[in-house]
Design a protein around this ligand. Sequence first.
Ligand code: A3P
Length: 231
Amino acid sequence: MPLKIIGAGYGRTGTNSLRLALETLGYRTHHMSQLMGDSVQDPFVWQRAYDNPGSHPDEWESVYGKYDAAIDWPTVTVYEQLLKKYPDAKVILTVRSAESWYKSMCNTIFKFFEDDTKQHPEHITNVITFQRSTMFDGYIKGDLSKIKNKEELCWIFDEHIKRVKALVPPENLLVLELGEGWSRLCEFLGCPVPEIPYPNTNSSGESFDLYIKSVFDALEKQNLCPTIGKT
Ligand code: A3P
């Protein structure tokens, strides 16, 4: 089953709400939570593609085979390769201001990165290692102090948006502003607008810890006994 939708937006641009929206519209949607919460998903598939672009095009089926949409990290690190593999896919670029994105990152994912008091199962450790080395086009790599470089990170965020807009033909690209709702999304995908409100999830204030917990609960169901929160 080829991917019909590829997400090119960075994390903290409303990707979890978009995942729920796409699922409401009938798309089986891959998101970071699928990689983190499913030990069968092999992070080294993305790592190999990231290290040697285009070298293992046949491996994508092993991670995306059950899905027809893929958004958020790690998809965003390899979206150009995926577009070569799935040239008919439509691209959704979720955006917000760089400033508000950076603030959201500081309140959530960067805190998670910096917290080394927790021990994780091997699968999560592999995912986090890959995540740190590839996020923001490899800018952070092993040097977590770089997450303090607000100006550079905001520049990378804006450059990423420009690059996606330059690369993807306009008729195949939807640039979706945070908080926009259903209308342009449904028009782009040729679907009727659902009668329920567009999802609004994963805010910094209320639910990041809960969100991470739900990912770990999914792993625990696979009997991997995560140690987060139990140390
Ligand atoms: P804040 O951290 O500023 O609260 P992601 O799911 O990619 O991690 O993005 C989460 C961010 O998108 C959170 O930002 C969350 O509040 C915001 N968000 C998600 N859905 C939204 C919606 N429908 N309207 C406005 N903001 C939304």
